[in-house]
Ligand binder design. Sequence first.
Ligand code: SF4
Length: 117
Amino acid sequence: MKVGIIRCRQTEEICGSTSCLAAAAKGKGAFGPFGPCEVSGIVSCGGCPGKSAVARARMLKDQGAEAIVFASCITLGTPIGFPCPHRDMMIQAVRRKLGDGVPVLEYTHPAPPEKKS
Ligand code: SF4
């Protein structure tokens, strides 16, 4: 399956999407039900408060994505333990815009375990 990933713009400087791409390629994490996936595109949300995510999800679909995946930086807060405060609105808006024919996954890979201090 071809998937398009939407990530948090705020974490672009500290994360190269390595874990998301690995999970997609191996069919791990949220990709499990689909098996190994081809990432047809990866974009940021466009910046706070994430309103551009809808148009970007539409663009990913128009360019071949069969599913849209919100990266774990948005929904689980990886890698800094800070989920997006706008995540639910973004996900709902994308689902409304793309309809039932396009699955929308809510994370990419599991959050790493908390470090004990
Ligand atoms: S809207 Fe959320 S996902 Fe987008 S840059 Fe802001 S915190 Fe990150």
